[in-house]
Design a protein around this ligand. Structure first.
Ligand SMILES: *Cc1c(COP(=O)(O)O)cnc(C)c1O
Length: 363
């Protein structure tokens, strides 16, 4: 068996140790004679899996008691509607649009009320994070929304916006558990797990309790009400049981790595290796303003489409997979999530150096 280095933006690389463990438990989970996939979500066995996953997740992020942790289906995109439906009491919200995912969330919110676009970086193809220290926040705004790490464009908020007392709602899909965060700065922190945590098919949302109520838009489906899932501890209906189990394993793995402080240090080191090379290369350039660079998603280009295509193809032949950039940015993108080992990044950079030397005549 040979595994490749997978630089996909999502679904993405998972820790090999976790996959091995899951494969060992596939047919018979800890002597119970069945797979986790075959288990009732109401069984004691599964309840334990869910409780442990939530406890480990809370421990990793130091989540205070006045926040609920909900495991929900429908992907991050479903939250684009659930958030305004649950939170827009005044039917007003402020959105900071720093990429396609923020834009989609903003557009969806317009169905439910007045969604103001209070800042954006679309003038420069979302290649930076706008200054959000003193924005005009609508007096009536029920919340301020950001996408904290822009998966497609490779930018990250290094400082959270000044929301002037309004609850901050952040989509952290592509930076979830990549570094410690101060949860109390958020009203809601949520993300799809398929980028940096587990398999596709689930969202984890950390929601401050005062934002969970019966008082939602009347047309809100039961399944989109935060209160439904909060009251039932994420067991209102059948949750994505296998995904919860896999995420739980990743949480344990993260704890073994030393928690989020250690992950942050490792992620910084990995990203530095690639950014240092990009800054010295004659062929490859990063596409993002330096101070806004993401540690997770790193887009880069040669400036020539044919050369980009050649690079992606030859990289794949060398075992470096899924480096093709998003169609709107072109070029390449390397996603260096928690589970990407340093060796993968070093191999990528060594390959880039070689490619550059061999193809300088095309630059
Ligand atoms: C991938 C991604 C999404 C969409 O996630 P789905 O689970 O496919 O709906 C939303 N936001 C961000 C930041 C993403 O990276």
């Amino acid at each position: 068996m040979s595994r490749v280095y997978n630089f996909s933006a999502g679904p993405a690389v998972l820790p090999e140790e976790v996959l091995r463990e899951a494969s060992e438990e596939m047919l018979d989970y800890r002597g119970c004679g069945m797979s986790v996939m075959e288990m009732s979500h109401r069984s004691k066995m599964f309840e334990r899996i869910l409780e442990e996953a939530e406890a480990d997740f809370r421990e990793l992020l130091h989540i205070p008691n006045n926040y609920k942790v909900l495991f929900m289906q429908g992907g991050a995109s479903q939250q684009f509607a659930a958030i305004p439906m649950n939170l827009m009491k005044n039917k007003v919200a402020d959105y900071i649009v720093t990429g396609q995912w923020a834009k989609k969330a903003w557009q969806e919110a317009q169905k439910y009320g007045r969604a103001n676009k209070i800042a954006t970086s679309e003038d420069k193809m979302y290649s930076y994070i706008p200054d959000c220290s003193d924005l005009e926040i609508d007096e009536q705004a029920d919340y301020v929304y950001i996408c904290e790490n822009n998966t497609i464009y490779g930018t990250k908020f290094k400082t959270l916006p000044n929301t002037k007392g309004k609850p901050l709602v952040a989509d952290v899909s592509s930076c979830f558990l990549s570094e410690p965060v101060d949860i109390e700065k958020y009203g809601i922190m949520y993300g799809g797990v398929q980028k940096n945590i587990g398999p596709a098919g689930m969202v984890i949302s950390v929601i401050r309790e005062d934002l969970i109520s019966e008082d939602v838009m009347p047309e809100t489906p039961t399944m989109l009400k935060f209160k439904t899932h909060a009251d039932a501890n994420s067991l209102y209906n059948t949750p994505n049981t296998y995904c919860i189990y896999m995420c739980g394993k990743v949480f344990q793995w993260l704890k073994k790595q030393g928690g989020l402080e250690a992950m942050k240090a490792y992620n910084e080191k990995k990203a530095q290796v690639l950014y240092d090379f990009l800054d010295s290369s004659k062929m490859f350039q990063g596409t993002v303003r330096k101070e806004d660079r993401s540690l997770m998603n790193i887009p880069f280009v040669t400036g020539k489409k044919e050369l980009d295509d050649k690079f992606v193809k030859e990289a794949e032949a060398a075992g470096l997979y899924n480096l093709k950039g998003h169609r709107t940015v072109g070029g390449m993108r390397a996603s260096l999530y928690n589970a990407m080992p340093m060796e993968g990044v070093k191999e990528l950079v060594a390959f880039m150096k070689n490619f550059e030397e061999g193809n300088l005549k095309y630059v």
